[in-house]
Design a protein around this ligand. Structure first.
Ligand code: ADP
Length: 267
């Protein structure tokens, strides 16, 4: 097997370990054509959940990673110049509106507020997208769903989202999965033995409890999976945990040392 081939224990269907009744809530929101906002720390499963729900509901998905240079045209579309003159090219939001797909805006809080305003008429019962440049007034196809996510960590407290935007969404709060669920995720995603996964999850929870230690963010499920993958392929557990669950969290050496001590205590 080449290093980049899929392990045989992974099927093509995306694995998702539920944390509660979020699948049912999302499905009800979809059936009522309500937009959904998902908030939670980085690496806790928001993107995986949305990809899983898109698969379950049989909808295509257009994902946009938001940043502060994102313009309304990046979402809606723009005129381009080709060999035969100018032509209009739909942006991901417009494509999703036309096709009845899910449009997922990741880290929506990073986008400027004047950009997110284009979402307003789509995110209430009008479900329309006026495209000024082409004069179109697009009604969303029935399967269209708007989903946004962000991490409400303290660095985002000030940025916030305009109340007029956030009040258009059904909001689900995500967090790191409980021990049993996270162990199951780590086993499934890395192929490591369950007993080892359990130790890693315990360690992650101990590190998370140190959160006040000058750390913006605790070790995410994503990082626990990285550690498990490296251990499975032969890296010593101490080193694997240091480079996945301590170093990525901070540049402050004293804090890395404090985190490493916790790692030593567990192994
Ligand atoms: P987020 O979008 O919250 O930053 P992701 O959805 O990308 O995080 O999750 C990071 C990784 O953690 C995923 O690629 C997946 O491997 C794993 N993961 C986290 N939560 C779950 C879950 N509930 N079920 C399956 N995998 C999960």
């Amino acid at each position: 097997m080449n290093a980049f081939e899929k392990p045989q224990n992974q099927t093509d269907e995306l694995f998702y370990q539920p944390q509660g009744n979020e699948e049912a809530l999302f499905e009800h929101a979809y059936n009522h054509q309500l937009p959904v906002l998902i908030k939670g720390p980085t690496g806790c499963g928001k993107t995986r959940f949305i990809a899983h729900m898109a698969e379950k509901l049989g909808r295509p998905i257009y994902t946009v990673s938001c940043h502060d240079d994102l313009t309304a045209a990046d979402l809606v579309g723009r005129h381009l110049i080709g060999k035969e003159g100018t032509f209009w090219q739909d942006g991901p939001l417009t494509r999703a509106v036309r096709e009845g797909a899910i449009c997922y805006l990741d880290e929506v809080i990073e986008a400027r507020k004047d950009t997110t305003v284009v979402l307003h008429p789509l995110a209430d019962d009008r479900r329309v997208l006026p495209i000024e440049r082409t004069g179109e007034y697009l009604e969303a196809a029935p399967g269209f769903m708007l989903v946004v996510s962000y991490n409400p960590g303290y660095q985002n407290l000030l940025k916030g989202m305009k109340p007029s935007t956030r009040q258009r969404f059904v909001a689900l709060r995500f967090d790191y999965p409980d021990e049993a669920a996270e162990t199951a995720i780590v086993v499934k995603e890395s192929g490591i033995e369950e007993a080892k996964a359990r130790v890693l999850v315990k360690l992650a929870n101990s590190l998370r409890n140190l959160k006040d230690h000058d750390l913006e963010e605790a070790a995410s499920t994503r990082l626990v999976i990285y550690a498990a993958k490296l251990i499975k392929s032969g890296i010593a557990p101490l080193e694997a945990c240091k480079i996945t669950m301590a170093e990525p969290l901070t540049d402050d050496e004293a804090t890395v040392s404090a985190l490493t001590e916790v790692i030593y205590a567990i192994f």
